[in-house]
Design a protein around this ligand. Sequence first.
Ligand code: TRP
Length: 331
Amino acid sequence: MTRVFSGVKPTGHLTLGNYLGAVRRWADEDQYRAESLFCVVDLHALTMQHDPARVRRLSRQAATLLLAAGLDPEQCTVFVQSHVDEHARLSYLMECTATDGEMRRMIQYKEKSVLAKAAGDSVRLSLLTYPALMAADILAYATDEVPVGEDQTQHVELARDLAVRFNQRYGHTFVVPEATSPAVAARVMDLQDPTAKMGKSHESGAGIVYLLDEPDAVRKKVMRAVTDSGREVAYDRESRPGVANLLDVLGACTGRAPGALAETYESYGALKKDTADAVVELLRPLQERHAELVADPGYLETVLRRGAERAREMARPTVDAAYRAIGLLEP
Ligand code: TRP
């Protein structure tokens, strides 16, 4: 059976972009068609200046939202990265397989190290080695497919290269994974800056719909979305990125094609209103389920404990094999 692995980094509140771009497909499709693991990758939240209490809170919230979004612990494995030692164990071997140059070429490293310096912080070494840990996340589980957004494909490519290199040097140990991206676009852009991805850790929240935003807040953000000059509603990502983004969101919420939707609107106002309503309705059941889960913290703990046990069992044989293959003595 196909093995799927993906991760959510608890550095910010989860957004509509995370949901429509990734999590919804994990819940609706991947967990049923593949043997899937979905991981709150908390170790990755420590590569930039961080607040321990916030990471703890966001990790719990991310796990809760994954369940609220429909991940079913009977169908897939939901767990927290730091609960399974195999990630850190394998990460070191990945650091011994990757090169310094390879790590420094990563776009995310270049961007984030500049950000850290601009904020007057030092650049943590883990920001550089992050892709080695991410490769370990993926390779430890003999993963076939990694459903991620475009911004992560470079990291998955690196994981592939490391798998191939390790296998060539030390004998076949790892499955070579592949990045997969959803066929239906659902690349949600910032409502205030439709050329930038709706990111969970973006500066101002005005263009970002968070999964736990109240209906009023959702409506306000959508109604204030930046649109384009011109008046008729047309679907053109190049010349009308703001309107195209609204049509993409409405299309993703209603299951209709954005191009066809465009023809049914005469004004931006009507499009915004319907989009706002559709997002509110999309989030309603998820928020209700979230509230139920929060009221029963013992349930989440049990799910995460069992998830970590299962994940550990899956990862250990591969990581042990890698330790042997690279020349470390059996304990
Ligand atoms: N780097 C990913 C992100 O920033 C999160 C992540 C960490 C991940 N490990 C992973 C995603 C393994 C997929 C597979 O979004």
